[in-house]
Design a protein. Sequence first.
Length: 354
Amino acid sequence: MRHAYAMMRYTRGFSLVEMMVAVTIGLIILAAVSGIFVTSKSTYNTTDSLARLQENARFAVHYLQYPLRMAGYYGCLKDIRSVASTVNGTTFSTAALQIPIDALKPSEPKWYPSTSTALPTGTGWTYRSGTAAILIRTTDPSLNITIRELMPSTSRELKVTGVTGLSSGDIIMLADCSSADLLQLTAVQTPANHLQHNTGAGTTPGNFTAELQKQYDVGAKIIKFKSSTYFIATRTLDGVPVLMRQDNTDPAVELIEGVEDLQIRYGVDTDSDGVPNIYLKAGDAGLSTATDWTKVRAVRIGLLMRTLIGKEEYTNSETYLVLDKSITAPGDRHHRRVFNFTLQLRNLNGEVAL
């Protein structure tokens, strides 16, 4: 009996004080672990958002760099001024091809040097006011068609290696590195792979003559032109800023999300040594006429990127300098970064990048 009582004394359990101390310690440990988890999760989300911002910036730079390097590339022809045109009027003239870049001055907004250029329109987005836009003219790299037989005369149809990508009404250039002709196709014949360029065939603007400047031989290349407009828009659905592109007259498409601002300055060669001496905005004094734009040798681009997901308990009211434009964040929860790069326009100096 005495032994049982002794056992009960030593197995009676924890006191209330001991239980409270244990629970308190447990809660402290749980709170610490929860805090570490929340902090780690927040850090992970921030790091992931910034990584995506960086990745989007790399893609945006890529999408702008390649077409800018190709601006003014018209095959092996070294001087676009030597092109002879059979096309009526000035709707698609060689003069337009001599200016491979049109640029929007955001503050007006107005395009230079071609006043006929207009911003794309569409549904689901709106142009982001105050941001730059640029139109780039070059050749369509997807077209690889050449003459397969010597032309019997200067007005005869063109016998080519294929017709995929060509349609009646297309304005093309036929070039063999020594000369070139600008013409409009009036018929595309398959499977014969013949191209006709007649007059009075119901096309607009049409050809005023079918006579080319010479009989082109095997290997002469069919060149189709491409114009691409890059600009910043705000998506109507969620207000996300995006980099957009419109090819020719196709509907504009989204390229990269999170591009909040685009600014462009153009390097002008004022002393004809092939090196830009000053960087100007489109429409500035010294960069408003077609003659001014023939002196452009480089572009300097500034991008303001933002994260797609905002961070809780973070307010961004910082001021960012995109080239020489000061932009203050609107007090939202998005991180932002500025990316600048300068690019030489290698086809705008009289030489051709082969």
